[in-house]
Each structure stands twice: as C-alpha cells, then as structure tokens.
Write a protein that binds this ligand. Structure first.
Ligand code: GTP
Length: 214
C-alpha cells in the first residue's frame, strides 16, 4: 500500500484525517479505472496510463453539506497481485468498474463482488457498480438494463459513465459511494452502541439479582 509514502503520481488536494473514507477502484484491466479517477480529480481525460502502476490519491471535497476526506486507491486490475487481498481489506467502499463494450469485464464484476464478500466475511460491503465507456455506444456489448439488473441483484447503486466525455455521473458515482460508506458506518456505530448498552444492562441485572438474593 503506497498511501502513506506518496507514490509516483500521487495527487494530494487537501489534508488527510483519521476519519478519511477509503475508496478502492476494482475491475478488469483496461476498463478505465485510472481514467475515471483522473477525470473525477482533475476534470481531464488522459488517454494512456501505465497499466501496471497503482496510484493512491488524497482528496478533500464537499459532499452534500459535509467536508469529505477521500483516499482513493486505483488498483491495476490484477486479481493475482499479492496486494489484492489487502486492498479488499483496506477499503471502506468499492467502485467496481466494467466497460460497456467488454462483456467479460461485466461478467468479472460478479466474481469480484463474490471475492469481496468472502474476504470481508459479509455481504454488507459498500459498493457502486459503474459501466464505463458509454461513449462507445456503437460497440456496446452490455445494455444499460443489464447493468442496472446486476446492481439491483447486489443492492448497489449503478452509474454509466464516460471518462472520455466526462459528465456529472462520474462525480455522482464517487459521491454516492461516499454517502453509502457514511450510512453503513452510522448503522454499524448504532448497533455497536446498542449491543454495548445491552451488555451493561445484562451485567447490572446480574449484580442486582445477586444483591437481592444475598
Ligand atoms: N472511449 C473511451 N476510452 C476510455 C474510457 N476510459 C478509459 N478509456 C481508455 O481505455 C484504456 C484503459 O484505460 P485505463 O484508465 O488505463 O484502464 P484501467 O482500468 O485503469 O486499466 P488497468 O490499469 O490496466 O487496470 C485507455 O486507453 C483509456 O484511454 C472511456 O470512457 N471511453
């Protein structure tokens, strides 16, 4: 993980904080993960990236009324990478990307989601599914309805994007993932608080039973 020592190409726009929201880009090689991150952060499209490099970015932005500290890890799309599992453990939220003109990358989304659920030992992982390269409509191999169906099956938000053309969907996909992570954290904190309150109640109950019977 290269987040703490800035990797080559690391862009830092803002302070980091302990409550940073850690987002991980997943998806087959060549679907446009790097292009989406760069488009989101810089509003620009760059045609070629070194496919083997992994980049980490820190970014501070406004999401709704909140100041959000994002750490975005752009993986190289290699599930046999020795770091793959640690990336899946590290993230709070995952953007799983396929390309609308590449059927195999779409099929791969299910495999990635299954691996993620296994490694996190939960189906309760914050994800959005993104069908990228929507500008290549003439070469489409995956319909919008299929993308929506897959996302609904996994209870994820769905976006079609073009890193090449830009558009509001790219920002919306990142921000929705951030919101989803926040919602899940709030729910987890509530249930943690509820279960520790129940434990205290239980201990007090036992103490009083002892006192009363003693
Ligand atoms: N037409 C089109 N091309 C795109 C789009 N996004 C990315 N590309 C191109 O697709 C190729 C792969 O893009 P990357 O961003 O490197 O893809 P990646 O998923 O990060 O690839 P890996 O690092 O190999 O996993 C590049 O040639 C990009 O220029 C898009 O929205 N439309």
């Amino acid at each position: 993980m290269r987040l703490l020592t800035p990797p080559r190409g690391m862009k830092s726009s803002g302070k980091t904080s302990g409550d940073a929201c850690k987002l991980v880009m997943l998806g087959s090689a060549g679907v446009g993960k790097s292009a989406l991150v760069v488009r989101y952060l810089t509003k620009r499209f760059i045609w070629e990236y070194d496919p083997t490099l992994e980049y980490a970015y820190r970014h501070q932005t406004q999401v709704d009324e909140e100041l959000a500290n994002l750490e975005i890890l752009d993986t190289a799309g290699l599930d046999d990478s020795p770091c793959y599992e640690s990336h899946l453990k590290w993230g709070d939220g995952f953007m799983i990307v396929y390309s609308v003109n590449d059927r195999r990358s779409f099929d791969e989304v299910k495999v990635i989601k299954r691996t993620l659920d296994e490694i996190r030992k939960s189906r309760n992982v914050s994800c959005v599914i993104v069908g990228n390269k929507s500008d290549l409509d003439h070469d489409r191999r995956v319909t919008t309805a299929e993308g929506e169906g897959l996302a609904a099956e996994h209870a994820c938000a769905f976006f079609e994007t073009s890193a090449c053309d830009g558009g509001a969907e790219i920002q919306e996909a990142f921000h929705e993932l951030y919101r989803e992570v926040r919602r899940r954290k709030i729910l987890e904190n509530k249930s943690r608080r509820r279960s520790s309150a129940a434990q205290v109640k239980n201990v007090l109950g036992k103490m009083f039973t002892k006192i009363n019977s003693g």
